[in-house]
Ligand binder design. Structure first.
Ligand SMILES: *Cc1c(COP(=O)(O)O)cnc(C)c1O
Length: 455
């Protein structure tokens, strides 16, 4: 009998609505607090920073929210994305498990981030913005937003962490090709950038510093520009649910249902987008899929961070939210999975993790690259180093199935390809990479800086 390798949906099967988990949260993700007063912020405050429609979505209690037609039309450039059965990986592992992966690297920018970038740019256009400001670490988010802004004739001002700006010139070229305006951060163009340079003229920059610069430019533009964030916030997680909603239909085609669903976590958006529709079925349809969030041991936010209120950025300009955090001053080591180096995590995910609805594991980078190489050699795809964390967790689960002799269905989200991350593969293949476990004392030290919040 012919074996099936991929499950493809038609354009007409592209979801017409996003899934909003707000009404189904078993516990509250906590309030959003003003960084100075530390009081809960009003939607009006958030609307100075983010598009109005985006803020409305953040507080919406509607379970399904319509995807506007112009956004769906752009999604059709690459969506629906394929679900693959990784038969050659199964064979290489000699496992009885069935392994599936949803591949988001087919988007024109190479990752899932375009799912929310297109939506945010559209909402910015609706209210007549001149453009967006944002930050980017490894460059994937800046790339997605630059392309999306271009589609709607908006400017895109990107603050790129300086070390990445220097080490990843091709990411910068991609953003500039799409029309993005890229500045290395910290820069002399903002107060917070100048302050950071005064503290340390040789700083390599951090995501926290770049966020501060982007927020400052938006806030001081008198409403011409707003700020866009590529992860962490509720509406971003919701925009990503197109991934899981498509996957549900594809599993119907395959006649199977995942026992385990896996995704890597930086700020939590691709994992949430993949997992929340399955979680909804856990809550309401008697399913019991294990949902596993995978992070690096070098930035172990969920597995070793404190569940507490903290600032979203280093300069304490972004709102305070309740999340698992390593402290807003935490500067993670320079591991190659740049997209997984954020000190915090999406408040929704943290609440669900704290409540026991999802699991988390931390993996060493050498193990993730080993799995990524096996995956490349069996399935052919060079995965982003971030996504390799999900591959590695899936491989570990499949090997456990082999040990136990159980035939579980394991699904993971392959958030992006690694064609611009070949320096990382070079370093791995050249035996230049080391494992890194963040020392307890340094985490404790960093956590001393948490804000005091009375609620
Ligand atoms: C940015 C990025 C991540 C991490 O961000 P999340 O919000 O946690 O999804 C993971 N994979 C890829 C390919 C990315 O670009």
């Amino acid at each position: 009998m012919d074996q099936q390798y991929k499950y493809l949906l038609d354009e007409k099967d592209l979801p017409r609505q996003w899934y909003n988990i707000n009404p189904d949260m078993p516990v509250s993700p906590g309030p959003v607090l003003h960084p100075v007063t530390k009081e809960p912020v009003s939607p009006e405050f958030l609307m100075k920073l983010f598009p109005e429609e985006f803020v409305k979505q953040a507080v919406s209690m509607e379970r399904y929210i319509d995807i506007p037609e112009p956004i769906r039309e752009i999604y059709k450039l690459w969506r629906p994305t394929p679900l693959y059965r990784a038969r050659r990986l199964e064979k290489a592992l000699d496992t009885p498990a069935h392994i599936y992966y949803k591949y988001e690297g087919t988007s024109p920018v190479g990752s899932h981030k375009l799912n929310t970038a297109v939506a945010q740019a559209y909402y910015g256009k609706l209210e007549g913005l001149k453009g967006f400001t944002t930050e980017t670490g490894a460059g994937q988010w800046g790339t997605a937003l630059s392309f999306s802004c271009g589609l709607f004739d908006l400017e895109c001002i990107v603050y790129m962490v300086k070390v990445s700006y220097e080490q990843k010139p091709y990411r910068r070229s991609v953003m500039q090709t799409y029309g993005g305006d890229v500045t290395p951060s910290p820069s002399t163009t903002t107060k917070s950038g100048r302050a950071a340079l005064e503290r340390d003229p040789n700083t390599t920059g951090s995501l926290g510093m770049a966020i501060s610069e982007a927020v400052e430019v938006a806030v001081e533009s008198g409403g011409e520009y707003k700020y866009s964030l590529g992860s962490v916030l509720g509406p971003v997680l919701m925009h990503q649910t197109v991934i899981g909603l498509e996957a549900l239909k594809q599993f119907e085609m395959a006649g199977e249902y995942p026992d385990i669903a896996i995704g890597c976590v930086g700020g939590g958006s691709n994992f949430s987008g993949f997992a929340f529709p399955f979680l909804y079925n856990n809550f309401t349809a008697g399913k019991s899929t294990r949902l596993i969030a995978v992070e690096p041991t070098a930035c172990p936010t969920l597995t070793r961070g404190l569940y507490a209120f903290d600032y979203g950025d280093t300069a304490k300009m972004a709102p305070i939210v309740k999340m698992h955090t390593l402290g807003h001053n935490f500067v993670p080591p320079g591991i190659h999975a740049g997209g997984l180096r954020y000190h915090g995590m999406a408040p929704h995910l943290c609440a669900l993790y704290d409540h026991g609805d999802i699991e988390a594991v931390a993996l060493h980078q050498l193990d993730t690259f080993k799995s990524a190489v096996l995956f490349a050699q069996s399935e052919g795809i060079i995965a982003a180093p971030e996504s390799s964390h999900a591959i590695c967790a899936a491989v570990n689960e499949a090997l456990a199935c082999k040990e136990e002799g159980t035939e579980k269905v394991i699904a993971f989200n392959l958030s992006g390809h690694g064609h611009l991350d070949l320096a990382a593969y070079d370093a791995y293949l050249g035996d230049e990479l080391r494992n890194y476990e963040y020392p307890d004392e340094l985490i404790k030290e960093s956590l001393k800086s948490l804000p005091e919040v009375k609620l």
